[in-house]
Unconditional design. Structure first.
Lengths: 236, 449
């Protein structure tokens, strides 16, 4: 936990530094924006856009419209600065000195890469969060898996989620999750048994017992590495 | 001038009617109004704020004694629509800010409205209760259960009048269908379905079903690196329940027909104005991003708002708008500064009057603009406490662009960019408008002779 504390501190410092830089760019209380207009040169606009992009990406949930518009503007500026038709990742060496030079130095080269990876992260996280959760509702007939009891919540995330939301996309969303451990023999019959019918009467207790055993196994598997390489933990 | 017809001639004078909200210097963030909407009769006016609250005002019955004063709007109901939530998977907080409110047409004694934040849409029922049952057998007057052994006679409970109580109850919660931020909701003319749109997807819902929605538009690219455009607004056609439009951050509007296919990725019509080469700049795309799209009441036109203009499009002509109105063209030379302080990303809404002859939209410095489509006249008015005397006539404002500033004109450099009018609403049949200025709601009416 000590390392966590250190990490947080460093992030805070970075945040403070960034905030100090950001303040005068984005001060909303500026009564008249035209009081001290900076020269609208390509390079200063480039710097400004990169700053905005970083600020936007650092948000826990970036405003997608803002992000896309800033990125597109940045691309336009980059295109105007580059003499060749193909866009070089680095800006011209004679870029105007900028307060956030240190930030830019580390980010320019990997700008498109970092933005791309962050946008990809967004989409992967989006894939996980799209797993439908059971809702307390006015007893309407649910979709095929609507009748599953809440105890299956964790398993719902990992299996192919039945249900309505963007069905055709679900395959792709889970592509990056390694499901090899769930394809084992041990898994298949258990998961079948765990899919109850709409009436949860007498079979429910049995299903619950199975749930706990399978959840334990699942947690063990997740906590360990790719189970094959590590020696089995105690109790398994 | 015939009352009820919204024609903005020189004879139309707008007067202050009411203002709701506090006058404090420091504005509580939660009180900032984020949406305003009249219901279909204009009897009710709803506002949503950043704190997740909905306040509904009701127009009082006009009395014969006060002919010169048209019905005022008084608070009818206040309720907490959305609470802040925490998404544990992404480890971030979901804002409770109400993005949009849309009324359902009234079908019985109760009122229904949809309210939405970034992720969840809710259907609220607002109903009155002015009677209550009295004389239960098993409960006493305080509601405590009575010992059945003590009951010797039976009586029939009767309904007795009580003080009017207005209660709001959530009837449906439509959740977990949007990964990105919801920007629009629109009730279909069939009154059975509605749609919700976020940055990349549009979903179709049935009011009765909360655990399922149909995805009808999806512009998410397979590779997020290729993302260059987002959905900014969407609305159903007022009469054709199969048609809807959605606008984008690139200044385009697509008209879709749900009969063509389940997934409306192919549009029926595509509206885009070619870029004016003389006005080209690095900010061309940002200022072309459409912040609001509204069908006219007739269904023949659509109106779009981008950063500097309001445009009216004829559904039968896709290559350019039929009318373009400059809202605040004096900002065109200040775009770099406005980009710097993020004002260039402000999303202004626009509204039609009841007869589709006048359109209105907001600007900065608490100014709002009206354009008469017939006479081509326009006017700039201000929502401020200084002009808040009852029935005070609003004086037209003017922004001085350069050169000598006349008395009563305000120079561009003196405009207050923190005072933005993003949300306005126009009564469906009368000249009554509601203007949201940060945490205050102004109601203006035209002068009644």
């Amino acid at each position: 936990m000590l390392s966590k504390g250190l990490k947080r501190k460093r992030e805070e410092e970075q945040e403070k530094e960034t905030l100090a830089v950001d303040t005068w760019w984005l001060d909303p209380s500026l009564p008249a924006v035209a009081q001290a207009p900076p020269p609208a040169t390509s390079s200063s606009l480039f710097d400004l856009s990169v700053l905005k992009l970083h600020h936007s990406l650092r948000q826990s949930e970036p405003d997608l419209r803002h992000l896309v518009l800033v990125v597109n503007t940045l691309r336009r500026v980059q295109a105007s600065m580059a003499p060749e038709p193909t866009l070089p990742p680095m800006p011209s060496p004679s870029a105007a000195p900028c307060v956030a030079d240190s930030l830019l130095a580390s980010s320019d080269a990997a700008l498109s890469a970092s933005m791309a990876s962050l946008l990809e992260d967004l989409s992967h996280i989006e894939g996980l969060s799209q797993a439908p959760q059971p809702l307390v509702d006015e007893g309407l007939p649910g979709r095929p898996a609507g009748g599953s009891p809440p105890s299956l919540g964790a398993l719902d995330l990992l299996g192919p989620a039945t249900g309505c939301l963007l069905d055709d996309e679900l395959e792709g969303l889970f592509e990056d999750i390694d499901t090899s451990m769930y394809d084992s023999e041990l898994w298949a019959p258990a998961s079948e048994a765990l899919k109850p019918g709409p009436e949860d009467g007498p079979g429910k207790e049995e299903a619950l017992e199975l749930d706990e055993a399978e959840l334990d196994y699942l947690l063990d598997v997740l906590v360990g590495t790719q189970a094959l390489e590590r020696p089995p933990g105690p109790g398994r | 001038m015939i009352p009820g017809i919204g024609t903005l001639t020189q004879d139309t004078l707008w007067c202050f009617s009411q203002v709701k909200g506090t006058i404090e210097i420091g504005v509580t963030e939660a009180d900032i109004i984020s949406t305003v909407e009249f219901n279909h009769t204009g009897e009710l006016l709803a506002t949503g704020d950043k704190g997740g609250r909905v306040v509904i005002f009701q127009r009082e019955q006009e009395s014969k004694n006060q002919v010169h004063r048209r019905g005022e709007y008084n608070v009818y109901s206040t309720f907490q629509s959305h609470e802040p939530e925490f998404d544990y998977l992404k480890s971030l907080e979901i804002e409770e800010k109400i993005n949009k409110i849309r009324w359902l047409p009234q079908q019985n004694a109760a009122y229904f409205l949809l309210s939405t934040n970034d992720k969840t849409v809710k259907l609220w029922k607002v109903s009155e209760r002015d009677k209550r049952p009295e004389g239960y057998n098993l409960k006493d007057e305080e509601g405590r259960l009575r010992d059945p052994a003590t009951i010797t006679t039976l009586r029939v409970p009767v309904l007795r009048p009580m003080d009017l109580m207005v209660e709001a109850t959530p009837r449906r919660v439509f959740a977990n269908a949007h990964t990105y931020h919801i920007n629009s909701i629109s009730v279909n003319s069939d009154y059975e379905t509605y749609m919700s749109a976020d940055d990349l997807r549009i979903n179709l819902w049935n009011f009765e079903i909360t655990n399922q929605s149909f995805n009808i538009v999806d512009i998410k690219p397979a590779n997020m690196e290729e993302l260059t455009e987002v959905i900014t607004a969407a609305e159903f056609h007022p009469h054709h329940c199969n048609s809807f439009v959605y606008s984008s951050s690139k200044g385009t509007i697509r008209l879709c027909d749900m009969r063509a296919s389940a997934l409306c990725d192919r549009h029926s019509k595509f509206f885009e104005e070619p870029e004016d080469p003389s006005n080209r700049s690095f900010f061309s795309e940002i200022i072309s991003s459409i912040s609001d799209v509204k069908f006219s009441h007739s269904g023949r036109y659509i109106m779009t708002r981008d950063y500097l203009t309001v445009k009216v499009w004829d559904l039968n002509m896709e290559n350019r708008p039929i009318e373009t109105y400059q809202v605040h063209d004096y900002l065109r030379s200040k775009l770099c500064s406005l980009y710097e302080n993020d004002c260039i990303f402000d999303k202004f809404e626009c509204v039609w009057n009841g007869s589709d002859s006048v359109i209105m939209t907001g600007s900065y410095n608490n100014f709002f603009r009206m354009f008469d489509r017939n006479t081509k006249r326009d006017v700039t008015l201000e929502a401020s406490r200084e002009n808040s005397k009852p029935r005070a006539i609003l004086k037209p404002r003017k922004v001085c662009v350069g050169g000598k500033r006349r008395k009563d004109e305000i120079s561009v450099d003196s405009l207050d960019f923190s005072k933005k009018i993003l949300h306005t609403a126009w009564h469906p049949s009368e000249n009554i408008i509601a203007v949201a200025a940060t945490n205050n709601l102004y109601i203006f009416q035209d002068k009644v002779n």
